[in-house]
Design a protein around this ligand. Sequence first.
Ligand code: FES
Length: 148
Amino acid sequence: MNNLNDQFEEFVKNLQKEIDDEESKTFSKRVIELSHNPKNWGKMENPTVEDKFLGPCGDTMQFFLKINEKDNVIEKITFITDGCGPSVASGCQLTIMAQNKSIEEALRITPDDIIKELKKLPSSHTHCPLLAVNTLNKVLKKYFESKK
Ligand code: FES
């Protein structure tokens, strides 16, 4: 019985290693690190503004922002997504880049800026940072509209 358990554990270990090897061939260390352990992940209590965006791939992303309304500076930003690993890494990277930036600066961040920070992203996943940028733009537009 024990032998069967050992064999199964060995099988799972080898399978995980194969998955990890495959993942590191496709994605940079940065993408793997952020997608497995994303900073700024989660909903925020009483955000100044929050909104969700549905990407063409069917995945959604949502940002929550605490804005210093006197200076128009993003003081805190968190996110969630039901998307793939690279979308988690992209959303996370965008929160890191937008934190403590003015709204104008945050609006200038492009998907290419995110890809540069993530080091390597296969072309099949370049829409993931686009989902992040489109979502943040939607949230900031909502904020501006609420100020009119
Ligand atoms: Fe949909 Fe990555 S596959 S965001």
